[in-house]
Design a protein around this ligand. Structure first.
Ligand code: AP5
Length: 255
């Protein structure tokens, strides 16, 4: 499989008026995936690796909110300013604000050569909104990958995470360190620690996950879309495990 050019995801991160630097080629059977799992389980890391293999766009609602947070506060809508406050505390942003942002960017879901949704949907309401949009566009999901990891590992991953200010690549101080401390390997951008990786915000995020997001596991299981994956081991090992299940699925769909 050849490596597709990596998109800067401008249309997703900055909104529909921006244009992506590289758009995935049209594909006959594009991958349309959702990544589920607790905060810090490694969804963003896997989304980056899978994007390189599958050529689908990495669509993270957390990244889109953080990109909005980088804009000057006068260019942020009141709803967006409120959303950024929810994020700082580790709480979920209200469904109406999330859906407004996703709906504005629905071209990335509908017209892209496939997608990997990371951090969305996160509530049953969001899952229903996505289902309606996809039904209206006559699109179907390929699978919902659910990453599973014990709580202690999750906390260790979150507390050592560093993220690139520019391209949003994700590192870890011990598990996935950059070649030069504090500098992104991919684009040379500055690496920072997310505000919601403070211990008190981590607790709130894990509670929000259990309360609002974990029920999606049953929702997608009943739709026959769930692919559970053990998220232990190195990022490459987890990616290989994921690819193995996706390849088996694609063989079944072609049979
Ligand atoms: P979001 O950005 O989506 O954060 P999250 O779901 O909490 O997930 P994370 O980004 O924290 O973790 P991850 O699973 O992607 O792990 P990562 O790959 O970075 O959302 C943030 C906030 O935005 C929410 O709290 C909410 O307020 C708001 N929001 C966003 N979407 C929303 C929605 N739909 N509805 C409502 N609110 C919404 O990895 C973590 C660390 O571990 C990294 O340092 C990484 O290098 C390391 N690592 C990864 N894999 C491995 C491995 N295999 N071994 C060792 N280390 C590893």
């Amino acid at each position: 499989m050849s490596t597709p050019a990596k998109s800067d995801r401008a249309a997703w991160l900055q909104g529909p008026s921006a244009e992506c630097s590289a758009v995935p080629a049209e594909r006959k059977n594009p991958w349309r995936l959702i990544l589920l799992g607790a905060p810090g389980v490694g969804k963003g890391t896997q989304a980056e690796l899978l994007t390189e293999r599958l050529g689908a766009c990495h669509l993270s609602t957390g990244d889109a909110f953080r990109a909005a947070g980088m804009q000057s506060s006068c260019s942020q809508s009141p709803a967006m300013r409120a959303a950024l406050e929810y994020m700082r505390r580790g709480e979920l942003v209200p469904d109406s604000t999330v859906w407004e942002m996703v709906r504005e960017r629905s071209d990335c879901i509908v017209n892209c050569g496939g997608f990997i949704l990371d951090g969305f949907p996160r509530t049953l309401g969001q899952a229903e909104s996505l289902k309606e949009l996809m039904e209206k566009e006559e699109l179907s999901l390929s699978a919902v990958v659910d990453y599973e990891l014990p709580l202690d590992d999750i906390i260790q991953r979150l507390s050592g995470r560093r993220t690139c200010e520019k391209c949003k690549s994700v590192f870890h101080v011990t598990e996935r360190p950059p070649k030069v401390g504090g500098v992104c390997d991919r684009c040379g951008g500055h690496l920072f620690q997310r505000e919601d990786d403070r211990p008190e915000a981590i607790t709130v995020r894990l509670e929000a996950y259990e309360r609002s997001t974990a029920p999606l596991i049953q929702f997608y299981k009943e739709l026959g879309l769930l692919l559970p994956i053990v998220a232990k081991g190195s990022p490459d090992e987890i990616m290989a495990r994921t690819m193995e299940k996706l390849e088996a699925l694609s063989m079944r769909l072609l049979a």
